[in-house]
Design a protein around this ligand. Structure first.
Ligand SMILES: *Cc1c(COP(=O)(O)O)cnc(C)c1O
Length: 375
């Protein structure tokens, strides 16, 4: 059996152990320390504005964003349907009502028209949505011009779920800097990793200070432990932040490598009938975290399942697109706005191996197997 090709494995840069060793030498094996501070600073500099709190996961970051927005029982929070469940679960943690919205066919991210329908529907019912969660799926920036205009017009805070999109840009500006707050993930499969971790970003430093306070058990400044509000244990380990420091140093290379994977696949597979890649708008720059494409069954006669099975038979991991939240049993009662775009993307889409450590040989192996399925 040829060696396993994973969908998106961790890819260390080489300096991570130095920073981990520093944490050990200083005995800061704790959720605070110099690695945490330095890692936060690196992310801030990379985004180019705003402040950052390093946290234990992207999910924790999104949960804190909703806590800071005061989301409570019964509040409406709008979220893109075609996403990973972690985009929506924190709404439920707060007792809020998730309202899901369809995608548009180019970026696969939220459809601005369906989004506006959802907003208007709830305003007419006297239940104005309290927040809108925007996702940049597989690294692809959403239609930020239209979406930002809607959020400003209806005066609803935007939270960007940029878990998959660190380094992606819209009109030359980093995604994750458009919302009132945004989140990033450093889970093992993301473009860079701390094994597990996340970050909350905001241009408002007060929000980030509050997030740090809530993430470390909301201890009030008293000689004893005094708590006025409910806290969380959501800080990032100083050991894990050491991995993050090393990873931030080579993030630019990781983006270039993932984009090169995508360019390779587009070139190698474009002649096959019925293949369509997730598209970059002219104003967008995607980090291409995962290369994703759809198979038009009428033209190709091939279902994603067939391709995934054949790749797996050759020890290659690939994956269906995220199953839309409005089709998930756990969210069966959640309202949904839009048509069938997200559902059709799910039925026809596939994510190819996209790791930054893929060799030219690996990429060719994947492309050859796909081509064989088509012939
Ligand atoms: C990975 C991911 C998250 C969650 O991040 P974790 O660090 O794994 O908690 C949230 N949203 C999206 C879109 C993701 O891909």
């Amino acid at each position: 059996m040829e060696k396993r090709i994973w969908l998106s494995p961790p890819h260390m840069g080489g300096t991570e152990m130095t920073y981990i060793q520093q944490a050990f030498d200083a005995n800061w094996i704790a959720p605070v320390g110099t690695n945490v501070n330095a890692f936060e600073k690196q992310i801030e500099e990379f985004i180019g504005c705003g402040r950052v709190a390093a946290l234990s996961s992207g999910t924790a970051a999104l949960h804190l964003a909703l806590v800071l927005l005061g989301i409570e029982k019964g509040d409406i929070v709008i979220c893109q349907s075609l996403t990973f469940a972690a985009s929506a679960n924190p709404i439920v943690y707060q007792g809020g009502t998730p309202v899901f919205v369809d995608s548009e066919p180019v970026t696969w991210n939220v459809c601005p028209d369906a989004l506006e329908s959802a907003i208007k529907h709830y305003i007419d019912k006297g239940k104005k949505p309290k927040a809108i969660i925007i996702v940049h799926l597989y690294g692809m920036p959403a239609r930020m011009a239209e979406i930002s205009t809607l959020c400003v017009h209806y005066d609803i805070p935007m939270v960007e779920d940029a878990a998959e999109a660190l380094g992606s840009e819209y009109n030359g500006r980093k995604v994750g800097s458009f919302g009132l707050m945004s989140i990033f993930s450093f889970n093992g499969n993301k473009i860079i990793t701390t094994s597990g971790g996340g970050a909350l970003w905001s241009a408002d430093s007060k929000l980030i200070e509050k997030a740090r306070f809530l993430a470390s058990q909301a201890r009030d400044p008293k000689p004893h432990y005094e708590h006025l509000v409910t806290g969380y244990n959501y800080s990032l380990s100083n050991v894990c932040a050491g991995i993050g420091r090393g990873q931030m140093e080579i993030l630019k290379h990781r983006i270039n490598q993932r984009r090169a994977n995508n360019a390779f696949y587009q070139k190698a597979l474009k002649r096959l009938p019925g293949i369509n890649f997730q598209d970059e708008l002219a104003e967008c720059f995607s980090n291409r975290w995962l290369t994703a494409l759809t198979l038009d069954f009428q033209q190709s006669g091939i279902a994603p399942r067939t391709l995934i099975t054949e790749l797996e038979r050759n020890n290659i991991e690939s994956r269906h697109l995220w199953k839309p939240m409005h089709l998930q049993p756990v969210f069966k009662d959640a309202p949904y706005f839009g048509g069938n775009i997200a559902a059709e993307l799910f039925l026809s889409g596939i994510c190819l191996p996209s790791g930054s450590s893929l060799t030219a040989e690996d990429l060719l192996r994947v492309a050859n197997i796909i081509t064989k399925v088509f012939t």
